[in-house]
Design a protein around this ligand. Structure first.
Ligand code: GCW
Length: 846
């Protein structure tokens, strides 16, 4: 087999020196090997070999044809009509981002050259950089290893002019001194005024007379959180100014400058500006008060409840700092399966202490509210939203919270979902429940984020239930209530379509909920970069108001004019020294922040800047690692749930393959409910001949999904039922053969990732090199486990056999079924030694 991942150069997103990047390492890449648009071609499409023409103004365009080659004919696997398309060289981009390659996500494209340091070579580090444990995240500020750029930065940054005294401005100043000292390898001093060239001036017109005197025209557009960072003459000296209308904008600008420099981009002509497109950018922690984390794979909770409020750890501050660096501005502290104790005075004092620590970093605190709290801790006999006593209880509760946390963000609520109480217990609607809480919060400007993740065992199609329940409530929610909707209608699957609620609630602001913790994607261990998944969702076209009504435009308020906008990510962060349980899962926290700030930023550009900051700017690292990252999500889809399969993992831990499970009491807890494979075919018919869930989409999207000739292969089995021997137009293969092919491609992609990773040895520290290599090995074994178990099972129901041109499964079906007994479920580490040691031996991978 040996289907590889296209190797190609990924360009940094602004005109920057890249030194003499190898022009693409092409070779035996499969251009969009499984891309639906390219029809699963296995053709040889090498990486890019072109070079963008750059210069200080940034590259004009890379070799677009190389991009096309690298990405195959790519196309978007997921966006209904939208594309994650090739960008053949943006004006101010150092190089062209080539085709966003098929569903393998590999990017072709050409690396531009630009900036002032021309063709500087990155030296192979000697000695190997000191071990790192990942605790510094992407805020490492390593000294620039290329002399030209180093000299440029040493000249450009010599001192920071003292910022105003607010905690936020002080945080910005401290960060700049730390970052610039590290990057330049010098001691950056702080002075009252510019003392020579190289001054960094930061502030608002109100806090800094120097900033005020510049009358920067861009400040108008910066709003309340944005910034302007540019080269300027300050006090007659050459310097850089970081300006904003608010202190928090100054902090964001400081991080933007440090990001730019950590990507080794030029200072000359510096002009950065940014303002968020979504107002509330929130991390949802599913942290329990006992320190455990639901679906958490990175150790215990960050919040040390027993030592709060007295002690705030440095880690708590570093957490806030990291969030601020990517633009996150809100944190829900506790699990949506909420313990009402969080609403007691004792815990509110602890939450208030965290809020105090977060405040300088512009991060507001929210809490998950237990709907049944009036009964559980309030001494009432009901939680009926129309009861005067219940309403009053929440008003008093809100007043208490705001006394302790004046800038409290609001409540997140999971109600009448998976056993949680809610207004339906009293015959009332979600809007009734949300509005009761909204009324209590409104005097304080707080909001309610009411989750739409609801389903019950009533015989209807599970994925259609949230829409059925919430759509009729559109217009019935209070103005400070939002409905928070998971990206897909099912549950954070490796791939699923966007939720049909997006676009369907014009009068109710919807928040998008993404999951950063990889509950269904190999937890901490598998390297799955979620940027492509998020991008796919954000670019999906709802067609609510015609073409271009993407999920991004719905949630940023453009489509329906929402007054309040929000996006949430279920956090993957815990007490683990690496924060996220693995080095690469840090990238999922990072990309969430960057896409929450700007939903139009590309996953590839974010991967590029993350790698540069977290690992190395050396093209010999950036290229293979970003390529791995960009292909990793499709690899997981292929070895877990190809062709639109969903929810066929173990029913509790959601980790390994278990497509055979059929004996659980609730229908949709069983994988067989979702794939419906039998001797005649496979797939869930959600067209008009089946559940007709497809009718919940707007006509253009619906028609595309309902027709065999137009549905993207990646969603086929999610919406349609097909015969095993039906042929896919895109590849000419039968469904059975395509499944075998895709499962195999998925395993091979992980093998290629391992090979790619090996090439960075010696260019990054040995510890992280080994940590990642070890996890990739486990991922490889487990990808093979997924493939073999699923193919054995589907072979047994379809009575088909695996062609001898593919590796035979290592074991019979019973072996995989028995693993459930042999490897009892451990929700946080459901590894099965039988998979990667003993039997089957690692030799199965050869
Ligand atoms: O995906 C499911 C998870 C639950 C989670 C639930 C939800 C917090 O398996 O652990 O509960 O979603 O989102 O409410």
């Amino acid at each position: 087999m040996g289907f590889g991942i296209a190797l190609a150069i990924v360009a940094c997103s602004s005109g920057h020196s890249t030194s003499s990047a190898p022009g693409g390492s092409g070779g035996s890449a499969s251009g969009g090997a499984t891309g639906n648009a390219s029809g699963g071609s296995t053709g040889q499409a090498g990486g890019a070999t072109g070079k963008g023409s750059g210069g200080a103004t940034g590259g004009v365009a890379g070799a677009a044809t190389a991009g096309t080659a690298g990405g195959g004919s790519g196309g978007s696997p997921a966006s209904f009509g939208g594309t994650i398309s090739a960008v053949g060289g943006a004006g101010n981009s150092g190089g062209a981002a080539g085709g966003a390659g098929g569903s393998s996500g590999a990017r072709g494209g050409a690396q531009g050259t630009g900036g002032t340091s021309g063709t500087e070579q990155y030296p192979v580090p000697n000695p190997i950089p000191a071990d790192e444990d990942g605790s510094q995240l992407w805020l490492r500020y390593v000294k620039i290893p290329i002399p030209g750029r180093l000299a440029e930065y040493q000249a450009a940054f010599t001192h920071v002019v003292k910022a105003g005294s607010s905690d936020t401005l002080q945080a910005a100043q401290v960060e700049l001194v730390k970052g610039l000292s590290g990057l330049t390898g010098t001691t950056i001093s702080v002075s009252d005024q510019p003392t020579g060239d190289g001054a960094v001036v930061l502030g608002t017109p109100a806090s800094s007379s120097l900033v005020k005197s510049l009358s920067l025209p861009g400040l108008g557009a910066a709003g309340t959180e944005g910034y302007v960072v540019q080269s300027a003459e300050v006090g007659g000296k050459k310097g850089v100014v970081i300006a904003a209308n608010t202190d928090i904008g100054v902090l964001r600008g400081s991080f933007a400058l440090l990001r730019h420099l950590q990507c080794h981009r030029p200072v000359e002509g510096l002009a950065l500006a940014g303002t968020p497109k979504i107002q509330r950018r929130i991390l949802d922690h599913w942290d329990n008060l006992d320190g455990s984390v639901e679906r958490g794979y990175a150790g215990t909770s960050l919040w040390n409840w027993s030592s709060l409020p007295a002690t705030i750890s440095q880690r708590t501050k570093d957490y806030a700092r990291a969030n601020a660096s990517v633009g996150i501005n809100g944190v829900v502290l506790n699990n949506v399966n909420a313990n009402s104790q969080i609403l007691t005075s004792e815990y509110l004092d602890k939450a208030a202490a965290l809020a105090t620590a977060f405040r300088p970093y512009g991060i507001g605190v929210y809490l998950s509210a237990q709907y049944g709290a009036p009964i559980q801790i309030g001494g009432l006999s009901t939680a009926d939203p129309t009861s005067t006593a219940v309403k009053q209880w929440w008003v008093t509760e809100a007043n208490t919270i705001y006394q302790k946390i004046p800038d409290f963000g609001g409540f997140l609520v999971k109600a009448n979902s998976e056993g949680q109480p809610g207004p339906a217990d009293y015959g009332k609607t979600h809007a009734d429940g949300a509005n009761m809480l909204a009324a209590a919060l409104a005097p304080h400007s707080g909001i309610v984020l009411w989750r739409a993740f609801v389903y019950k065992d009533d015989g209807s199609d599970r994925i259609a239930q949230a829409y059925s329940e919430f759509k009729p409530l559109d217009g019935k929610f209070a103005s400070n209530a939002m409905v928070q909707v998971k990206n897909g209608p099912l549950d954070f699957q490796p791939r699923e379509p966007f939720s049909p609620l997006f676009g369907a609630m014009p009068s109710t602001p919807l928040a998008l909920e993404l999951q950063l913790t990889n509950e269904y994607l190999g937890e901490d261990t598998h390297l799955v970069y979620l940027g492509p998944l998020f991008e796919e969702v954000l670019k999906s076209d709802t067609y609510a108001k015609g073409q271009g009504s993407t999920v991004a435009r719905v949630i940023d308020g453009t489509v329906h004019g929402y007054a309040t906008t929000a996006i949430a990510g279920v956090a993957n962060i815990g007490s683990d020294v690496s924060w996220t349980g693995s080095h690469f899962n840090q990238a999922n926290w990072y990309v969430f922040g960057r896409m929450a700030w700007d939903p139009d930023v590309s996953a590839a550009d974010v991967a590029d800047e993350w790698v540069r900051q977290t690992l190395s700017n050396d093209p010999a690292v950036v290229t293979p690692v970003t390529t791995m990252m960009m292909g990793s999500r499709q690899a997981a889809v292929n070895y877990m749930t190809p062709l639109g399969l969903a929810h066929i993992m173990g029913s509790d831990d959601h980790y390994g393959p278990a497509p055979w499970i059929s004996n659980l009491s609730q229908a949709d807890w069983n994988p067989v409910y979702f794939h419906k494979a039998d001797a005649t075919g496979i797939g869930f018919d959600r067209t008009s001949t089946g559940s007709n869930a497809v009718s919940q989409y707007f006509a253009t999207a619906r028609d595309k999904l309902a027709s065999r000739s137009t549905i993207p292969d990646d969603f086929l089995l999610f919406f349609q039922r097909v015969g095993w021997d039906d042929k896919l137009a895109s590849s000419g293969r039968t469904i059975w053969d395509e499944l075998v092919y895709r499962y195999s491609v998925g395993v091979d992609a992980v093998a290629t990732m391992r090979d790619s990773w090996k090439t960075v040895e010696g260019r990054i520290d040995a510890k992280r090199f080994k940590d990642v290599g070890d996890f990739l090995q486990t991922q490889h074994y487990e990808a093979r486990w997924w493939r073999d178990a699923c193919l054995q099972y589907f072979a047994s129901v379809s009575k088909h056999t695996i062609s001898s041109s593919y590796a035979a499964p290592a074991h019979d079906l019973q072996f995989y079924k028995d693993l459930e007994i042999k490897c009892p479920s451990d929700a946080t580490k459901p590894r099965c030694p039988d998979i990667y040691s003993g039997t089957p031996s690692p030799a199965i991978l050869k």
